[in-house]
Design a protein around this ligand. Structure first.
Ligand code: COA
Length: 310
């Protein structure tokens, strides 16, 4: 019996910050940002919308999409590096608001790979029969740790949330394989003290290598070939990194998810937000073979190979 994603949801704030807006605030240009990252605009949450509010909104949609009741959820996992506060966790905050009174709750800190870590953890509990339904949320309000004086990082990130319900799916469908990894020696390249700091060059090199390798590894672990892959959902950090992983799999442009231009890098939220848009716009269909792959601060990485459908 396989676990799979049986419902998904997303929330992005309505306020749009364009490259043109950034040109007015710092020494940058629309041309540079588009060429170097693929980003055109990103969403920014205002003071009334904290991380837990975005997580709650995405979770409500995922629960509705899965057709379950909040009381049926056994565990809530929220992947975030921008919680409302160190504790209580975002997961306990949304447990209360959702009325998920039978759920245990904890947050996961694995930066942009956090949603991959959450889904893989959920899979273990579902397949061992411990919990029927697990809510996994990837959510970030990166705008609150962004140094708006630092053009090297300020242009890259956005706010948002994506959520999924992990539960049992029919024979042959669901999560076929996964890979998780970490390399703490690279922690110095992407970290937060007051603000987020990044060595862009180092992270870029790591990301290109790791995204490609992890994608190939989960395909092999699933007993499949690159040609079997219908759709790739890479972490939406930078179009050039995404393109490198697509080329490594030999996939045409239309077989890769692309939302980085409209949301920027939303860290742990980027893969589930993209998945929601890909489903809504018909790019992902039942029985498609999907590869999802993320990387982030830590350094961390994670990938999944999924046969889509319930
Ligand atoms: N606007 C205009 N110029 C900018 C700029 C901006 N927003 N940010 C940096 N620059 C300038 C730099 O100051 C530098 O100028 P200099 O040559 O006069 O010193 C020049 O552009 C090149 O900077 P560099 O940082 O070396 O560029 P790069 O080729 O590494 O590209 C990134 C920068 C951020 C696009 C790239 O490193 C990257 O995408 N890294 C991965 C980031 C990522 O994915 N992080 C999230 C991980 S989850």
């Amino acid at each position: 019996m396989n676990a799979g994603l049986i419902g998904v949801g997303k929330y992005v704030p309505s306020q749009i910050l364009t490259n043109a807006d950034l040109e007015k605030r710092m020494d940058t240009s629309d041309e540079w940002i588009r060429t170097m990252t693929g980003i055109e605009e990103r969403r920014i949450a205002d003071d009334s919308m904290d991380t837990s509010d975005m997580a709650y909104n995405a979770a409500v949609e995922a629960i509705r999409h899965a057709g379950i009741k909040a009381e049926e959820i056994g565990l809530i996992l929220v992947a975030t590096v921008t919680p409302d506060r160190p504790f209580p966790s975002v997961s306990t905050m949304i447990q209360e608001r959702l009325g998920a009174k039978n759920a245990a709750a904890m947050d996961i800190s694995a930066a942009c790979a956090g949603f991959m870590y959450g889904v893989v953890t959920a899979k273990q509990f579902v397949e061992s029969g411990v919990y029927d339904y697990i809510l996994v949320v990837g959510v970030e309000k990166l705008s609150k740790i962004t140094d708006w004086e630092d053009r090297n990082t300020a242009v890259l990130f956005g706010d948002g949330a994506g959520a999924a319900i992990v539960g049992k799916v029919s024979e042959g469908r669901g999560i076929l394989s996964f890979e998780l990894g970490a390399d703490g020696s690279g922690g110095k390249h992407l970290y937060q003290d007051k603000y987020l700091h990044m060595n862009g060059r180092e992270v870029f090199k790591f990301a290109v290598r790791q995204m490609g390798e992890s994608a190939v590894n989960v395909i092999e672990k699933a007993g499949l070939e690159k040609e079997d892959v219908d759709f790739l959902i890479p972490h939406q950090a930078n179009i050039r990194i995404m393109e490198a992983s697509r080329e490594r799999l030999g996939l045409p442009v239309e077989k890769m998810s692309k939302t980085v231009h409209k949301y920027g890098n939303t860290s742990a939220a980027s893969i589930p937000i993209s998945l929601v848009d890909d489903l809504a716009e018909g790019r992902v269909k039942d029985d498609d073979i999907l590869v999802m792959v993320g990387f982030g601060g830590g350094l961390t990485w994670g990938a999944l190979c999924i046969k889509w459908g319930r």
